[in-house]
Design a binder for this molecule. Structure first.
Ligand code: PRP
Length: 215
């Protein structure tokens, strides 16, 4: 039985912004996570270990209690659901927007449109809310290629700087949701390990508050 509090972190860009926040809350990995092939890391905090996984897997680990807490993008929570999770903190990092986008000057014909995305649930409910008949085409990456290759009319994707859209002759159309990374907590663990979890939540909240004050 593992007694340590386990925090599941999303690897990639979110991780780069998460580690400084955690460090200011007294939780720093004991080795350089970027140069290690390990997946589990002990930290400077005796009671906390980190696991570093794909964002789409973070809610699964936390929901099942394999990790007590996690850091994950709101886009993943919207797409895959947040059942079994508390979301006590918006960490305010990795901010971007979930948007529809299309080729520059694209005019919908009003007929059925084809939408390429990896966010199939978000896209489906977005177009359903608008009463638009959309065929959702699931892709795992490079959504911007789909209209160019006539696989789809529009895409639903993350937009940060907009550079990827511009570089591929596309423009953002509608914002579906603002995205940032969230701290999530397993609901059962929140009860059974309340003190240690709430301490981490409070420490992170204090770090965020101090950051806001400095900004
Ligand atoms: C995301 C997204 C876009 C790009 C947008 O991909 O899918 O391609 O970033 O950023 P921009 O507006 O600043 O150009 P990411 O690089 O995260 O890789 P992914 O395809 O694995 O999600």
């Amino acid at each position: 039985m593992n007694e340590k509090l386990t925090i599941a972190l999303t690897k990639g860009r979110i991780l780069k912004e998460t580690l400084p926040l955690l460090a200011r809350a007294g939780i720093a990995p004991l080795e350089d996570v970027s140069s290690s092939r390990k997946l589990v890391f002990a930290t400077t905090h005796d009671d906390v270990q980190l696991v570093i996984i794909r964002g789409t897997d973070v809610p699964t680990y936390v929901r099942h209690g394999a990790a007590d807490m996690g850091v994950v993008g709101k886009d993943i929570l919207l797409e895959h659901g947040a059942q079994g999770l508390y979301e006590p903190l918006d960490l305010g990092i990795a901010r971007c927007r979930l948007m529809t986008a299309g080729p520059v000057g694209w005019q919908g014909s009003g007929a059925r449109i084809r939408v390429a995305t990896k966010f199939v649930n978000i896209a489906r409910s977005h177009f359903a809310r608008q009463g638009v008949h959309a065929e959702i085409i699931k892709l795992y990456g490079a959504m911007e290629l789909a209209p160019m290759m006539d696989l789809a009319d529009l895409i639903v994707d993350i937009v940060d700087t907009g550079n990827t859209l511009r570089a591929n002759g596309m423009e953002p159309l509608e914002e579906i949701a603002a995205v940032s990374s969230r701290l999530v907590v397993n609901k059962a663990a929140m009860r059974s390990r309340y003190r240690s979890i709430q301490r981490v939540v409070d420490d992170l909240a204090a770090v965020l508050e101090a950051g806001d004050a400095a900004a």
